[in-house]
Design a protein around this ligand. Structure first.
Ligand code: GLA
Length: 384
């Protein structure tokens, strides 16, 4: 990607102005899959890979954005129609819109975007782009938003503007990341509690299957509807229930016997996963990485069988990974239907683990996977 100095030079060359620089990290979720939009608890970490946005104000109302990754410039007036449906720039325009909605006086700007968060791999390159853009546009407007409000605006951009009805985990993780810590996030209260993760004992290794599913966004949105269906059924009897967060599986298991099988299994995953997140955070607190790893494996099975968001490639990557020396746990991470697995590996075994997993996966599929050892990194900030 080149260092920050190279980016500053490119910005000056391209836009003829001196930029301010902002960064926001991607994230990987250790456990708590498809729980955030059910207002429950998740346990991600921000990673040591960032999306950088360099920015300077313009005198007019135009937003001009150059993406290094796509080697493409997108440009539009803030209030005018925007480029095609699935274009990368919609995340940026979406953030400008969402900030405007909460009263930030967003003005025209030139932006240079460069990211070392691998795209499409389940590391939330989109949240990293949204959060770094939001910091930049709010910064240029002279507004300092609190982090939860910033994350909320970014989530709104993605769900209401881009059309992927995501939860708020990725944006919160990107905003609140801390070196050497995972984050226990309460997605209803937007409360974030850092929990130490000792990199001298364990490494978090992300394995990208290099597979994706064209219908992932619609399948994701359908899972949300199925959860909403479950909540309506519960609320008909217990009106105080507003989300699956408000119940345990034990409380609803007998009620769920009469539900359509799909809805019952979705609710079983979400409620079970929330219990696993609490157990995982407690295990992490006491440095019990073996228990955390076991919970990750259970989570994967539930995501595969009850929530049905895994894929052949993800299952294979988990199966291959869990047999290797030094591994403690493995599961799919992110939205699913392709993308990456997250593996918890003893620190001393992490190098061999990555090499062996890559070789085995390629041997079975002919696809060269991308394997990334991550460390918990710092949350989003302006680079001064
Ligand atoms: C995607 C979404 C998140 C979350 C995960 C699944 O990454 O962006 O909000 O729902 O899927 O846990």
């Amino acid at each position: 990607m080149g260092g920050l100095d190279t980016l500053r030079q490119e910005f000056r060359r391209r836009f003829g102005a001196e930029p301010r620089a902002f960064r926001a990290p991607g994230r990987v979720n250790l456990i708590g899959g498809h729980v955030d939009y059910n207002e429950g608890w998740v346990l991600p970490l921000a990673i040591d890979r960032d999306c950088f946005v360099l920015a300077s104000a313009r005198a007019d109302r135009r937003l001009r954005i150059h993406s290094r990754e796509f080697d493409e410039t997108a440009e539009a007036t803030l209030t005018a129609p925007l480029p095609g449906e699935h274009h990368w720039s919609r995340y940026v325009f979406g953030v400008a819109w969402a900030l405007g909605e909460i009263g930030v006086p967003v003005a025209g700007a030139d932006l240079l975007v460069a990211s070392d968060v691998p795209p499409g791999g389940g590391l939330s390159s989109s949240a990293a782009l949204e959060v770094s853009t939001a910091l930049a546009l709010a910064g240029l407007a002279g507004v300092s938003l609190d982090r939860a409000a910033l994350a909320r605006a970014c989530q709104r951009a993605e769900s209401e503007f881009v059309g992927m009805r995501c939860g708020i985990m990725d944006q919160l993780a990107s905003c609140f990341g801390q070196p050497d810590h995972a984050l226990l996030i309460d997605c209803r209260r937007l409360d974030v509690r850092p929990v130490p993760l000792d990199s001298s004992r364990v490494r978090v290794v992300v394995a990208n299957t290099m597979t994706s599913h064209a219908l992932a966004a619609s399948a994701y949105n359908r899972r949300r509807e199925e959860c909403e269906d479950a909540v309506r059924r519960i609320a008909a009897i217990k009106p105080e229930v507003g989300a699956l967060r408000d119940v345990t599986w034990e409380q609803i298991a007998s009620l769920a016997e009469s539900w359509p099988d799909t809805v019952r299994r979705r609710a079983r995953h979400v409620t079970g996963e929330m219990a696993r997140v609490h157990a995982a955070a407690a295990a992490l607190e006491r440095g019990d990485y073996e228990s955390l790893g076991r919970l990750m494996l259970e989570a994967h099975r539930s995501l595969d069988e009850d929530y049905e968001v895994s894929s052949a490639g993800l299952n294979l990557m988990v199966e291959l990974g869990r047999e290797l020396p030094g591994v403690l746990g493995a599961r799919m991470t992110g939205g699913g239907f392709g993308g990456s697995t997250v593996n918890l590996v003893r620190a001393e075994a992490a190098g061999d683990f990555a090499a062996s997993l890559a070789r085995l996966y390629e041997g079975r599929t002919g696809i060269v996977p991308q394997i990334t050892a991550c460390r918990p990194g710092d949350g989003a900030a302006e680079i001064l």
